[in-house]
Design a protein around this ligand. Structure first.
Ligand SMILES: NC(=O)c1ccc[n+]([C@@H]2O[C@H](COP(=O)([O-])OP(=O)(O)OC[C@H]3O[C@@H](n4cnc5c(N)ncnc54)[C@H](O)[C@@H]3O)[C@@H](O)[C@H]2O)c1
Length: 283
């Protein structure tokens, strides 16, 4: 049986997924549209692993072995012969359809075709293929090498064997898979969006400050981070757009984005990446 995992999209998530697959002993192809983007992804992996060597968590021999199993390229044809392909390109349904249609003709029908989408329906993505039974969602969390959870999302037609094989591979990556239905937001984002919105509405209405909300969650609920700190880390724009997507998909008033998201986005207060969000940051 093949030992090759192909990851399409060498961005934040794709390079993280490639790294955990490499560390689990798989042969990994990382594909992006341009050589420099492939190299950027490869650089992220090398940096992360080098830090482990410096800290004594990885030997130089293991580091060399891991990188000997890595290949970066721009040709999607390299996905042929993989045991699983994980798509981690931009969150656009047309782009995902284009990629899944190509993969469906390239890969044998028992090859797992997984999407790392955070908001799109797996059933909808699978419509671009003639073999929807092997299309599945694997929703990793950022930073992938650190976060333990993977939401494994079954589309309407995803088969039992593909679901089992996918969960098994995610476990080999050192993750804890949970099987989730193909509903808007899956499980994690359904909860997170409600919390984001409640916090933003409380701040917008002058009921509580970001500092008080975060102190309440950290000291009263034992959360390691406050919800405003999480939004600043993820990006206020990313959270605002996720809210909008959830509202459009569900039509439920509880997901109607707080006006604060629009205000902060127009002021470029996007969190850590712009130096200000719910909190100010040094450069
Ligand atoms: N960033 C997060 O925290 C996070 C968390 C969970 C899920 N996701 C999902 O993961 C996916 C990727 O997100 P990201 O944050 O890594 O994005 P990103 O922008 O960092 O990376 C996307 C990469 O895909 C590449 N790409 C675009 N079209 C391509 C094509 N046709 N072929 C090959 N590569 C192509 C881009 O060049 C880019 O390098 C999205 O669906 C996103 O919703 C993101």
């Amino acid at each position: 049986m093949s030992n090759i995992i192909t990851v399409i999209g060498a961005g934040t998530m794709g390079s993280g997924i490639a790294q955990v697959a490499l560390e689990a002993g798989f042969q990994v192809n990382l594909i992006d549209t341009k050589e420099e983007l492939v190299q950027r992804g490869a650089g992220n992996i090398r940096r992360f692993l080098s830090r482990k060597v410096t800290k004594g968590k990885l030997t130089q021999d293991t580091y060399d072995d891991i990188l000997s199993r890595f290949a970066g390229m721009t040709d999607i044809g390299a996905a042929k012969g993989s045991i699983m392909v994980v798509e981690a390109v931009f969150e656009k349904i047309e782009l995902k359809h284009e990629i899944f249609e190509k993969l469906d003709t390239l890969c044998a029908t028992d090859v797992i075709l997984a999407s790392n989408t955070s908001t799109l329906s797996i059933t909808e993505i699978a419509k671009a293929t003639k073999n929807p039974q092997r299309v599945i969602g694997t929703h990793y969390f950022s930073p992938v090498p650190v976060m333990k959870l993977v939401e494994v999302i079954r589309g309407k037609e995803t088969s039992d064997p593909i679901t089992e094989k996918t969960a098994d591979i995610c476990a080999k990556f050192g993750k804890t898979p949970i099987i989730v239905k193909d509903i808007p937001g899956f499980i994690v984002n359904r909860f997170l969006c409600l919390l984001y919105n409640e916090a933003a509405n409380m701040i917008d209405r002058g009921i509580a400050s970001p500092q008080d909300i975060d102190a309440a969650l950290k000291l009263g609920c034992n959360w390691p981070m406050g919800v405003c700190e999480i939004m600043d880390l993820a990006g206020v724009d990313v959270c605002g757009l996720a809210m909008e997507a959830m509202y459009n998909m569900t039509g439920e008033e509880r997901y109607n984005p707080s006006p604060l998201f629009g205000k902060m986005m127009s002021e470029n207060s996007l969190g850590r990446k712009t130096g200000k969000g719910f909190y100010p940051y040094e450069s």
